[in-house]
Write a protein that binds this ligand. Structure first.
Ligand code: NAD
Length: 301
């Protein structure tokens, strides 16, 4: 299908919104961004840069190109102006249903009728937001991962009334940005790969939260087993522990299973300002986390 849209607006330029905006601009889309917090985009951009550099990962788009791409993105402080001409609006605000529903309601009023709405939610099916938009047939989930770090994939899932044409445009959009679409054929909490990742997170958090293991050992084992540069706890720090807690609560609220409830210690960490990479400390401290040091996997250390 090639490029299904021309103008894309990203709402919320934190960890994920910033990456989506950059990747879309890199793919040649005309990108506008909007965030309630002034400076969110440039702050996140700088933070992503130092975090990716510290991890020793080559970003999906080289930084020297990203600097130029960053300059092409239009930042707007008025929501109406931000979405006024959009073909696709991508919502990437915090993982809170009320905030998301409120954003969808505003988008429904301010975006042109042609515009398709996608949520980047990590856990919530679009069916929980579609009604607020007033155009459920044009709403879908497109859930991206940490794309700049090379996780170039996105779960794509429709809601209760999403048309096949909108799903296909969503898939084409994901592909046009160099990402692999992971299509979910019917509604599933957690989508495709995020559900697999979630099973790992739940077990890792449960073992740590109940004091069975040191989180570093889980990461050491994972790094040794998969040859990845970090383990589940390092990855969770990158996502943001507030985001992780909110996501785990979505699963717990759905199932009511006590094993799904995120450990108290995680909530305490978040309440104490330990949000992970974005606050400089979470399970590890940044910008120089222990797992990047040569002795982390040294059997004799
Ligand atoms: N962090 C990750 O690794 C990750 C991965 C995949 C998906 N997600 C999902 O992406 C979404 C965003 O997560 P994040 O980690 O980027 O969060 P974040 O906290 O880093 O960023 C959220 C941004 O939204 C802004 N915001 C808040 N309310 C707003 C509003 N009403 N309108 C416009 N902007 C608003 C905030 O100022 C902030 O800049 C969540 O749904 C999350 O579950 C996150």
């Amino acid at each position: 299908m090639g490029k299904p849209f021309e103008k894309i607006t990203v709402i919320g330029t934190g960890t994920l919104g910033t990456q989506i905006a950059l990747l879309a601009a890199n793919a040649g889309y005309d990108v506008t961004i909007y965030d309630v917090r002034e400076g969110a985009f440039s702050e996140t951009f700088d933070r992503l840069r130092s975090s990716i550099e510290a991890k020793g990962i080559a970003p999906m788009i080289p930084w020297d190109q990203l600097d130029a791409i960053q300059g092409e993105i239009r930042q707007v402080t008025d929501l109406e102006e931000a979405v006024g001409n959009a073909d696709l609006v991508v919502e990437s605000v915090p993982e809170d249903l009320e905030i998301k529903q409120d954003v969808f309601k505003k988008l429904g009023k301010k975006a042109p009728p042609k515009a398709i709405f996608a949520t980047n939610s990590s856990s919530m099916p679009i069916s929980r937001m579609e009604e607020s938009s007033g155009r459920p047939e044009k709403c879908l989930n497109t859930h991206f991962y940490n794309i700049l770090e090379g996780m170039n994939m996105a779960d794509v899932m429709g809601g209760t009334r999403t048309t096949q044409d909108v799903i296909e445009q969503g898939i084409a959009w994901v592909r046009s940005m160099g990402c692999i679409p992971l299509t979910v054929k019917k509604e599933l909490l957690g989508f495709c790969f995020n559900r697999v990742w979630r099973a790992i997170k739940r077990e890792a958090l449960w073992m740590w939260g109940n004091d069975f293991v040191d989180f570093r050992d889980v990461d050491r084992a994972w790094m040794n087993f998969t040859k990845m540069k970090m383990g589940p706890f390092g990855l969770m720090d990158g996502v943001g522990l507030d985001v992780i807690h909110a996501i785990e609560m979505v699963y717990y609220d759905e199932s009511g299973d006590p094993k799904d409830k995120p450990p108290k210690a995680l909530k305490e960490k978040v309440e104490g300002g330990g949000l992970g990479v974005k606050s400089g400390r979470g399970f590890y401290t940044y910008p120089d986390p222990e797992f990047t040091r040569p002795d982390f996997l040294d059997p004799s250390a």
